[in-house]
Write a protein that binds this ligand. Sequence first.
Ligand SMILES: NC(=O)c1ccc[n+]([C@@H]2O[C@H](COP(=O)([O-])OP(=O)(O)OC[C@H]3O[C@@H](n4cnc5c(N)ncnc54)[C@H](OP(=O)(O)O)[C@@H]3O)[C@@H](O)[C@H]2O)c1
Length: 246
Amino acid sequence: MTTAKSVLITGATRGLGENLARQFASRGYRLALTGRKQADLDRLAAELAGKSPGIVVETLDVTDYGSIAPVIERCAERLGGLDIIVVNAGVAFVTPVGKGHLDLVRQTIDVNLTGAIATAEAAVELFRRQGHGQVVGISSIAGVRGMRNNGVYCATKAGFSRYLEALRLETRRHSIVVTDLAPGYIDTELNRAIPNRPFVVTAEKGTRIMVDLIERKVSFRYVPPWPWTLVAQVLKWLPDSVIAKM
Ligand SMILES: NC(=O)c1ccc[n+]([C@@H]2O[C@H](COP(=O)([O-])OP(=O)(O)OC[C@H]3O[C@@H](n4cnc5c(N)ncnc54)[C@H](OP(=O)(O)O)[C@@H]3O)[C@@H](O)[C@H]2O)c1
């Protein structure tokens, strides 16, 4: 008898996290739903109860760094191990430089970089003990190039991608897979205030593609791969004078 695979998701209360949970549930995965808001996690767990063979819910704020490993351990115990941990929780604020936004700058680093890395660290500890596992990081096309008013968001996503690269090198011999997914625009609250969202896709479509890529155990992909793989190459080569107008 084969047991259903299990996946833990951070920031599962809405957006990509919530839709990833729906996708994984529809493919028969057991779920560990984590996030800051118990009521939203309970609502999602109730919705998916008939689809997933097992769901556990744990509140987790990824800036409460000391609580990450215990939450992961509890979920692993309750589900009999974890196969995949999706490091998804993230924030995006408009932070033009030199305009007194240090508080938002620090919050962005605390969640997107320190919180994300702390989650990946705890995941690897568990996976080394288990002898297998897949860490999935959600970075961004924003990591390719620094953009106006989003410097710290771009920096955290670029930084997280470089961290995941190093993680992949360090865990090669431990049967641990590291997948970095870098979305372009997927329709969620994170980007709804942006007037122009080129090539935007629905959260349902974006997360379906993400779960396909996770199941294929890719190392790195833009999401959707087309057209963002090409767009990323163009962005790398465009002069500052063009990027400054975006
Ligand atoms: N949507 C896109 O086009 C896009 C593109 C590139 C990258 N991404 C990345 O994808 C990830 C998900 O984004 P999204 O589009 O789903 O954004 P979203 O709709 O704003 O959802 C963000 C999620 O992260 C959670 N979160 C924020 N701070 C947290 C914390 N300290 N601890 C735990 N959870 C926290 C939120 O929980 P609360 O409900 O408690 O606030 C929410 O569940 C982020 O890392 C984002 O940078 C998204």
